[in-house]
Design a protein around this ligand. Structure first.
Ligand code: DC
Length: 224
């Protein structure tokens, strides 16, 4: 069966990474977590007291940032300059700053080229905000995932609670809404549905049902 490229976009915590991981596993494809790259870059700025509003600091950061992924115990794991940062990049400290960092064009340029390199041979499912519009505009399948803000907040809340973190529901909701706003109104590659993307509202779907819908679309494509 031919290996295709699958682009999954949507607002924060809409369930796109859950779907992307499950699809990649089922199809034997690479999973590409583009958000993790922006998060790792943000962590670098924060840990090194660099200001993303200063051009020189951005240049310095981009010169020193190396990001790669490894599969550790079946889990896609993010590394920044050789260090496992998978947990650090999910903290509220990073979540609060990642959208402003992701508005910077030079940062985006670097991340997009990394993402395109990962997907150059197809057989990839990548999730993010601009995957169907900018990173893989020729992807054979594009999905745009939506869910209500409350459903998304609840999911994120439960995910962080399950990690044993002390989190506040309202703080998470504010962070999501704020990121939604910055991500969809920025000048460079704003989050928007690609014209040829299939929209999937998963507010009332569980993970298995959502995967079933997506696999149905992949099947239909493979038969064409
Ligand atoms: O998917 P995520 O929540 O881990 O993404 C974190 C942030 O990174 C998100 O708020 C906006 C940015 N991002 C982006 O601008 N473009 C992408 N392709 C992926 C993420």
């Amino acid at each position: 069966m031919r290996k295709i490229t699958i682009a999954i976009d949507g607002f924060s915590s809409c369930g796109k990474s859950t779907l992307a991981k499950a699809l990649a596993k089922q199809l034997g494809y690479i999973y590409g977590d583009s958000g993790a790259m922006y998060r790792a870059a943000t962590l670098y700025f924060l840990d090194n007291d660099l200001d993303w509003n200063k051009e020189l600091d951005v240049k310095l950061a981009l010169k020193n940032i190396q990001i790669h992924f490894e599969n550790i115990e079946g889990k896609n794991t993010t590394f920044l300059n050789g260090k496992n940062v998978e947990d650090d990049i999910r903290t509220m400290r990073v979540s609060d700053s990642v959208s402003p960092v992701a508005t910077i064009s030079t940062v985006r340029k670097r991340m997009v080229s990394l993402q395109q390199e990962m997907g150059k041979n197809g057989g990839i499912v990548m999730d993010g905000r601009d995957i169907g519009t900018v990173v893989f505009p020729n992807a054979e399948l594009k999905l745009f995932i939506t869910a209500s803000a409350d459903v998304r907040t609840q999911r994120r809340y439960e995910e962080l609670l399950a990690k044993g973190w002390n989190v506040d529901y309202e703080e998470i909701k504010m962070n999501l809404l704020n990121r939604d706003h910055i991500d969809s109104t920025r000048e460079d590659s704003p989050l928007k549905k690609a014209e040829d993307a299939v929209e999937l509202d998963n507010s009332d779907l569980d993970e298995e049902e959502q995967l079933g819908v997506a696999l149905g679309l992949v099947d239909a494509l493979q038969k064409n």
